[in-house]
Design a protein around this ligand. Structure first.
Ligand code: XMP
Length: 548
């Protein structure tokens, strides 16, 4: 059993929450994959799903050319849940009526439950808040369907043909604003679809290790280890599976956060907890040399990227031919590249595309290809990778190179590393205090916490102001200050902290003022070369998260 044979399929009609739906299903411990509505029914049938979920989408299902699906889907005897567009489409295909609603519903909406109290809405109060976002509505349920819920403006907020296990919900149970959303999805996925809940990270880790062994045999594997979450977890899995057949190349470009290079080496290098060939390339000076005199942001990015390829190429040549090149690709990468669902988001400017053609390899191996980011983190904990690696925030490839405005130098890197370390320390301290004061201390204080407890503690118990990404940057501006009796002429550091869902838009986080003040005074006292600290309030857009 891998946990993957019991699966729910999400059929994607282009809705913005498609990945979220799949993640919520997996939170019910049932494996879930996303496929475009263009996927033929034979393929869906062959996967033998326990249930099918139709997502939302931007179209009107009664319009010509709108995304649709064959009626046969509803005759397979497999439970189907339609969400928003999916709900409308299900009713439309089965003979109900969908039309433009007299009133558009958007946002949190009071909903009244009229039925399904032992099935889809089990445990949900008679009146509950849900998240609505629709222009069209179901004005007449399909024959055989009964209304299960309504709102003031929407006579069919949910309906169903319970005998055939076909359920349609106008609102979005996958978003957190739907107060009972998780329960509703759980009712569908676990009870209506009659699943056992076999998708767990410990069995995933165990099985993947076996699969890697089978696939690799006695072959050699090469992995570029960046020290980020994905490549670290991939390295951990591969090492557990094949030990010294794995070689990891870790390039320290001198633009990492404070102590990061040593931390990565401590875990994956000699004497660390994993058995593998670890090669650390100390290319710091090489990078600083290349970056000397360069202040234009795109040029800096280009130099850093190209130099990485050169360094990696040199190492690859020394290693010679390998059988596999390992990559830390994760499920959102697969979906967003258009292979999974409907919506192909192009993130080209961040992810350097293509494979390194200078590595002599036969095949690619991607052990994390099926996992969402939070699952990767859990797998990391299962493997025993320390929390400071597993819960690392996103860090850009060009590193501190794009957090130092203007020309980069070793001295400036040192300043920004020190300031950043202090800032992160203060935020971590304040977050921990908040957790302790608000009843989110680790539940098993005194004994070793389980992986799930540690994950909850780090991931789901944070203060409301907790940023999704935060760091210090060097503004490259110097100004006059006074320290003791002396006049100073030093750099200004900018502190950044943003809250974001998808990193495409972001708001500056409302860090408590005392935390900012403590960070500020510590930075000025402890970091030589800094006499001023700013807090960056800019949203994205118009700003970007990084400085350059
Ligand atoms: P921006 O600055 O574009 O950042 O608002 C959005 C997110 O992407 C990260 N980022 C990068 N990640 N290589 C990466 O791997 C890059 O060149 C890069 N530039 C930005 C940034 O940290 C943020 O999470």
């Amino acid at each position: 059993m891998t946990g993957q044979e019991e699966k729910v399929i999400v059929i994607d009609f282009g809705g913005q929450y498609n990945q979220l739906v799949a993640r919520r299903v997996r939170e019910c411990k049932v494996y879930c994959e996303i496929y475009s509505y263009r996927t033929p029914i034979e393929e869906i049938k062959a996967m033998n799903p326990k249930g099918i979920i139709l997502t939302g989408g931007p179209n009107s299902c009664y319009e010509e050319g709108a995304p649709t699906y064959t009626k046969e889907l509803f005759e397979l005897g497999i439970p189907v849940l339609g969400l928003c567009y999916g709900a409308q489409l299900m009713n439309h295909i089965l003979g109900g009526k969908v039309e433009k609603a007299p009133v558009r519903e958007y946002g949190k909406t009071n909903t009244f439950i009229d039925g399904g109290k032992d099935s889809l809405f089990k445990g949900v109060e008679e009146e509950t808040v849900v998240w609505m976002s629709h222009f069209d509505y179901i004005s007449k349920p399909a024959p055989g369907f009964k209304i299960l819920a309504h709102t003031a403006d929407c006579p069919v907020a949910a309906d169903a043909n319970e005998e055939k296990k076909l359920y349609a919900i106008q609102f979005h149970p996958e978003v957190l604003h739907t107060v009972r959303g998780k329960d509703i999805l759980y009712n569908f996925v676990r009870n209506i679809c009659e699943t056992q809940g076999t998708w767990k990270m410990d069995s995933f880790v165990e099985n993947t290790i076996k699969e890697i062994r089978n696939k690799v045999g006695d072959g050699k594997v090469l992995l570029a280890l960046s020290g980020g979450v994905d490549s670290s977890v991939a390295a951990g899995l591969l090492s557990r599976a094949i030990g010294k057949q794995l070689t990891c190349v870790f390039v320290d470009h001198g633009l990492l956060r404070k102590d990061e290079g040593n931390e990565v080496e401590a875990v994956f290098g000699k004497g660390g907890q994993f058995d593998l060939n670890f090669i650390r390339v100390n290319a710091q000076e090489r990078y600083y040399e290349k970056l000397k005199g360069v202040s234009e942001p795109e040029r800096k990015r280009k130099i850093i990227g190209e130099e990485f390829i050169r360094v990696f190429e040199e190492e690859a040549k020394k290693i010679g031919a390998v059988d596999f090149l390992a990559q830390g690709t994760i499920y959102p990468d697969v979906v967003e590249s258009g292979l999974g669902g409907e919506s192909a988001v192009i993130k080209s400017h961040h992810n350097v595309g293509g494979l390194p053609d200078f590595v002599d390899f036969k095949e690619i191996i991607e052990p994390l290809r099926d996992l969402f980011k939070d699952e990767v983190r859990k797998a990391g904990l299962e493997l025993g990778i320390p929390e400071y690696l597993v819960f690392r925030q996103p860090f850009p490839g060009p590193g501190l190179g794009i957090r130092i405005v203007g020309e980069v130098s070793g001295d400036k890197v040192k300043i920004v590393q020190e300031a950043d370390a202090i800032y992160r320390e203060e935020i971590a301290k304040a977050a921990e205090e908040w957790k302790n004061e608000n009843g989110h201390a680790l539940p098993s204080a005194g004994k070793e916490a389980t992986v799930d407890e540690r994950f909850e503690h780090q991931y789901n118990s944070n203060p409301p102001w907790m940023p999704d990404q935060y760091f210090a940057a060097l503004t490259n501006m110097r100004s006059v200050g006074v320290m003791g009796d002396e006049r100073t002429y030093d750099y200004a550091v900018a502190l950044r902290a943003v809250q974001t869902v998808d990193f495409m838009t972001a708001e500056s986080a409302q860090i408590p003022f005392e935390v900012l003040q403590t960070a500020m005074s510590r930075i000025i006292n402890e970091v030589k070369g800094v006499n001023r600290v700013f807090y960056d309030l800019t949203s994205k857009p118009p700003g970007t998260i990084e400085m350059e």
